[in-house]
Design a protein around this ligand. Structure first.
Ligand SMILES: Nc1ncnc2c1ncn2[C@@H]1O[C@H](COP(=O)(O)OP(=O)(O)OP(=O)(O)O)[C@@H](O)[C@H]1O
Length: 361
């Protein structure tokens, strides 16, 4: 962790003093590892579910026996952890009153074994929610509002001096209960500052290697070049098109070079295929993004206007009747994959699409 030393250090918990780090500090094991579930049960937090089990770490839903509140705990092995970035981003987002981020509750590390962050427990991610839909895409009314909210989340991240470099549906989650119509940006494992503390935008470092997830990567990412705010927005557009129509033309491709070639074709000969079944404004947004340079500030306001035009065209702007999001009225339990699993079974035990994993740590 950037601000936690090799031993456990509490970082000014925002709520009650948590005893998790004290509890796990006493564990006798040593070496780079993830904590056992029962270690987290020891004192205050009872693990209720393993939400995510990725290559670098684990996300757990826990119940705080003292406050009777649920939280998410993300843990990563010490040596490969990027959770210090997560802490920086969440702290800055909190200071700036950003609305599309989880609240940072607690964080720390245990010797050189593992690090952890305690944060707001959220609901399912947009990838799972899309897979739950009968045709694996959102209704226009949901897709356009999700596009607006996810763009707001990225604008907020950029206003905090960070870029994501891994914009994809799996990195946006919805809230629980009364927050289930708000989208939150999670996972800052590949995030990077694009601006110095004195306000100078860093120059492109040229070729730096692959960062991100192939399906949503920008053309710059495919060229293994340094990424800026525009690349987050290009990835956002690919994601928004997929959420609207259910698929991107390169969904079955695995090889990064083949995906790159298809993304280039989709700007020329296959442009019609790319933008069929989604609003014509999406093609103009891609044209606009392609004019931006590495250091340029994205034209967020122009895109909000474009998205509100789309919303008006489909009759959800200035509406007198509230249209629910596609997932509203469903049982929205945190980490509840049952709907998603059912949808996967319905289409034959899997999505038939390559699993999307990010790279570039
Ligand atoms: N605060 C949270 N509340 C509920 N679920 C969460 C929360 N944070 C993460 N998750 C879930 O855990 C999964 C993994 O989280 P995250 O993307 O942050 O970790 P990761 O190890 O970087 O995963 P990946 O390698 O798949 O990107 C997410 O898809 C999300 O469903």
């Amino acid at each position: 962790m950037a601000e936690a030393g090799p031993d456990v250090k509490q970082q000014q918990p925002q709520q009650a003093q948590h005893r998790l780090s004290t509890a796990i500090e006493q564990t006798p094991q040593s070496g780079d590892r993830l904590p056992g579930v029962d270690e987290l049960v020891m004192q205050r937090y009872r693990v209720t579910k393993v939400i995510g089990d990725g290559g670098y770490g684990t996300v757990l839903a826990v119940f705080d026996e003292n406050t009777k509140k649920s939280y998410a705990i993300k843990t990563e092995k010490y040596s490969r952890s990027m959770l210090h970035i997560e802490v920086h981003v969440l702290r800055t987002a909190r200071d700036r009153n950003c609305k599309h981020f989880a609240e940072l509750i607690d964080q720390g590390s245990v010797r050189k074994e593992y690090v952890f962050v305690v944060m707001t427990l959220m609901g399912r991610d947009l990838h799972k929610l899309r897979n739950d839909q009968p045709h694996r895409h959102f209704s226009p009314a949901t897709a356009v509002r999700v596009a607006i909210q996810t763009l707001e989340a990225l604008q907020e991240l950029h206003s905090c001096s960070w870029i994501s470099r891994d914009v994809k549906p799996g990195n946006f989650v919805i809230g629980l209960a009364e927050n289930q119509t708000t989208c939150y940006l999670i996972d800052f494992g590949l995030a990077r500052r694009y601006i110095s503390s004195s306000g100078t935008i860093y120059k492109s470092r040229g070729e730096v290697g692959w960062r991100g997830t192939a399906r949503y990567g920008s053309l710059q990412a495919h060229m293994r070049r340094d990424l800026g705010r525009k690349d987050d927005i290009e990835s956002w557009l690919y994601m928004s098109i997929e959420l609207w129509k259910g698929a991107l033309p390169w969904r079955h491709l695995v090889e990064r070079t083949a995906i790159q070639a298809m993304k280039i074709e989709c700007r020329t000969t296959k442009r019609y295929q790319m933008f069929a079944d989604c609003p014509k404004q999406y093609t103009t947004m891609l044209t606009e993004i392609d004019t931006w340079g590495f250091e340029d500030e994205p034209k967020y306001e122009l895109f909000y206007k474009t998205l509100s035009d789309i919303a008006r065209n489909i009759g959800i702007d200035g509406q007198s009747r509230y249209i629910p999001y596609d997932w509203e009225d469903e049982h929205n339990a945190a980490g509840n994959n049952s709907q998603s699993d059912k949808a996967q079974q319905r289409i034959g035990g899997g999505s038939h699409e390559p699993v999307e994993e990010h790279e570039g740590r």
